[in-house]
Design a protein around this ligand. Structure first.
Ligand code: 5CA
Length: 446
């Protein structure tokens, strides 16, 4: 992408409405524009990151064997009357009437609708296990939308629903989601800690929230410092192997890690003092096991091998896709701007032409741009007629993890400069070597 032809409305000044750094940088980097309280347009740069995050979510869901579909944003109220949640959900639900005076709502979540799909089409244990998910816009009329996309009213969520024949199978689905979420967040450069939580309006027996530690987080958290060292890494997981998946969950949930809702001071005191931590966290996902809560209320049954009919066992599992942009920035920035992890960056690398209009630097930049493109990497090429300082400031603000700087002096010696946004370290090398290095850095990220 050539910056001269892109739409990147960066702001020089700090917007006064933004209280936290991620909101400030998302506005300044021209990623989002507020249209109403808690409702945002996704401008091109923000949209690219959102799509990257969605793609990682899809890839990791596929790895776990989960099936994508797409349900609508608008739902008939009658489905929610069946589960009893239409009245319970209260003012957070946006209620709408259509022209025939029928009660509709903008979905805050989809347990009822997915249960309706299931009961219409599935009736036998032979079709199980099955997990369906989608990535779709939700609306919750939050009392205090704030912090930009972090607590929006309209927000993008991945929500998945498992259907299983019995409790053991449903608990395996719960565990499978926990493990696949761990990898999902790790690929985004995040450490998200599963913490025992409270089930709220979704209901159920077992639930974990995934929290990214950040001083601006909305939840107070209590944890053993050793949990932050746990990593799934490159481990190959057989998602059908119940013992293996349960073993990984155990590894990640045995050390103390809880939100204020489930905090137990007596248990917390048993942790060695130097590892006992109180902090704040951003909730980027939550998984729930709730058994037959919805299937019983809505008559979603399956025939078992012995011919009897039982309500199907279920759980639901959510990732805050749009919130993740805020969480990643909170976890990865400095005083100049965002520092995107390679996994989610809108562009893998930026090219800065220090002397636009100079035949040799223009030619070198074009060559780099095309060579990267040929390797499947789309650079953001700053080809504007701007001062070098302004170009560097923009690159630092929008946070591409790597920058290639091309100037006449370097070119005279046959070199360009490759700079890491994270460390600020630069290295001189030939253009070919820079392309090879960038390709190598992104292996495993695309
Ligand atoms: N049906 C279940 C699981 S699919 C559910 O709705 N879970 S949830 O309420 O925990 O939401 C899932 C995730 O969506 C949360 O962990 C959070 O990351 C994100 N989320 C929830 N509310 C908002 C909001 N107002 N703005 C942005 N993200 C939100």
């Amino acid at each position: 992408m050539r910056l001269s032809r892109y739409f990147l409305p960066v702001l020089k000044e700090n917007p006064s409405e933004a209280q936290i750094v991620s909101h400030r940088y998302m506005l300044r980097a021209g990623m989002i524009k507020q249209q109403a309280a808690g409702i945002y347009s996704w401008l091109p740069l923000g949209y690219r990151v959102l799509k990257r995050i969605e793609q990682i979510v899809h890839e990791e869901q596929a790895r776990a064997g989960h099936i994508p579909l797409l349900m609508p944003t608008l739902q008939p109220a009658d489905l929610w009357r069946e589960s009893g949640r239409y009245d319970d959900y209260g003012q957070e639900m946006l209620r709408i009437k259509d022209r025939h005076d029928r009660d509709m709502l903008f979905g805050p979540t989809n347990e009822e609708m997915i249960t309706d799909i299931f009961r219409a089409h599935v009736g036998s244990y032979k079709d199980l296990p099955m997990t369906l998910y989608h990535i779709q816009w939700k609306f919750r009329d939050e009392m205090r939308p704030r912090f930009g996309v972090m607590r929006g009213r309209e927000f993008l969520m991945k929500d998945g629903y498992n259907f299983d024949i019995d409790k053991d199978a449903a608990l395996h689905a719960y565990n499978r989601h926990m493990v696949s979420y761990l990898r999902t967040y790790e690929r985004m450069g995040l450490t998200a800690i599963p913490m025992r939580a409270d089930s709220g309006p979704i209901g159920g027996d077992d639930t974990h929230e995934f929290l990214v530690l950040a001083s601006t987080g909305e939840s107070e958290v209590f944890y053993d410092a050793a949990v932050t060292d746990l990593k799934l890494g490159a481990r190959e997981v057989d998602f059908d192997n119940r013992d293996e998946v349960a073993g990984i969950c155990k590894e990640f949930t045995t050390l103390y890690a809880r939100t204020d809702e489930t905090h137990d001071a007596a248990l917390f005191d048993q942790i060695p003092e130097d590892r006992r931590k109180v902090g704040r966290g951003i909730e980027v996902g939550q998984i729930f096991y709730f058994g037959t809560k919805y299937s019983e209320a809505m008559g979603a049954t399956v025939v078992t091998p012995d011919g009897s009919k039982v309500p199907v066992e279920m759980g639901s599992h959510g990732i805050g896709v749009s919130r993740l942009l805020g969480a990643i920035i909170e976890a990865s920035h400095d005083d100049k701007g965002i520092i995107w992890p390679e996994g989610v960056t809108p562009f893998p690398v930026g090219i800065v032409n220090l002397k636009q209009g100079d035949a040799s630097t223009d030619l070198a930049c074009e060559g780099l741009y095309k060579a990267l493109k040929a390797k499947g990497l789309e650079a953001l090429y700053d080809d504007r007629e701007e001062r070098a300082g302004a170009k560097f400031a923009t690159m630092d603000l929008i946070g591409l993890p790597w920058r290639i700087t091309v100037g006449p002096r370097g070119l005279a010696n046959g070199v360009i400069e490759l700079t890491s946004r994270r460390t600020g370290e630069s290295e001189e090398m030939s253009a070919e070597a820079a392309v090879d290095r960038v390709v190598q850095i992104y292996e495993g990220h695309r």
